[in-house]
Design a protein around this ligand. Sequence first.
Ligand SMILES: Nc1ncnc2c1ncn2[C@@H]1O[C@H](COP(=O)(O)OP(=O)(O)OP(=O)(O)O)[C@@H](O)[C@H]1O
Length: 342
Amino acid sequence: MADIPDITIEVSNLVKTYGSLTAVNHLSFTVKRGEIVGLLGPNGAGKSTTMRILTGFLPATSGSVRICGLPVASHPEATKRHVGYMPENNPLPDDMRVSEYLWFRGRLKEMPRAKLRSRIDEVLELCDLKRNRHRILGRLSKGNKQRVGIAEAILAEPAVIIMDEPTIGLDPHQIIIVRNLIASLRGRMSVIISSHILPEIEETCDRVLIINGGRIVAQGSPADLRQEIFGHTTYRIELAGDTSGLGADLTAIDPTLRVSNLAEPGPDGFIAATLMTEATSDLGEKLLHGLPARGYRLRSLGHIQPSLEDVFLAATRRSWDARLPDKKPVVQGDSRAPLPKV
Ligand SMILES: Nc1ncnc2c1ncn2[C@@H]1O[C@H](COP(=O)(O)OP(=O)(O)OP(=O)(O)O)[C@@H](O)[C@H]1O
């Protein structure tokens, strides 16, 4: 891996038009060596088009893509060697056996025979396919077929793996297996996956790019995105005691804490309260110590995070709002979508 640069994917001002439709609209981003990046977007956002340009299967209208420092447009063959690609609904030849297919694909990738034999054993092990190695592809379950697709993508140990909807149509058990498999590539290969299954992106990816209308509308780690889109964290607590000074007590615990909702006391005297903070650090421990120290009885404390789904919906809605022609120009810092209830 010594010859693999720190930045494995560089996308700069990428544009792809189909006739009058702009599917990818001045997209720019980079991916680091060993990083797992999720591409999220509604249907037609431009995810598959972007992935196909990255893999050299589709020419860009303008802009550039570099894979391991090489421009894809002028070095299509050399860059393909650095990329393992699993397209959406990965088509496999129904009449081949698993190991036969991997052998065939490895030879197409010009892997030396001696190395290929042991590498096939390795990827079969990694993808939990050993007991299926002699089975006919057409008779495999959907989950096993997806794993064969991943095995093929990682076979030649490329620096970059691109997977379009790798868990589409899988049952929850198979999703966990494929998710773990992708996570096992962290640090070794740069991985871009597109998915509609948001919890999966959240669990697997270091960073998320949210795409809408061919543009990036938000990016960052799931935690950064929550902060950027919602700008606050919410805690729900149940406490008993005199709450007339709760606001001041919370400020003493952390100046960013405030009460956003206080319910009526229940028959047992406990009150449910919702607290908000703009702090980026977790204040759970401060609350657990600080409230009893100020005379409150604390029965429960929960940390309510907006899900990545909330972030995704808010980010795409924000971009749609910003593009509406009858809207006032969007001022920086004023572009947030109405906050979903969290
Ligand atoms: N070959 C093509 N010719 C014309 N238009 C196309 C072509 N391929 C894609 N498009 C259009 O480009 C836009 C982006 O499509 P793309 O498949 O990249 O989106 P996507 O984000 O992958 O969507 P999905 O999640 O539904 O697969 C869509 O409006 C689509 O209809």
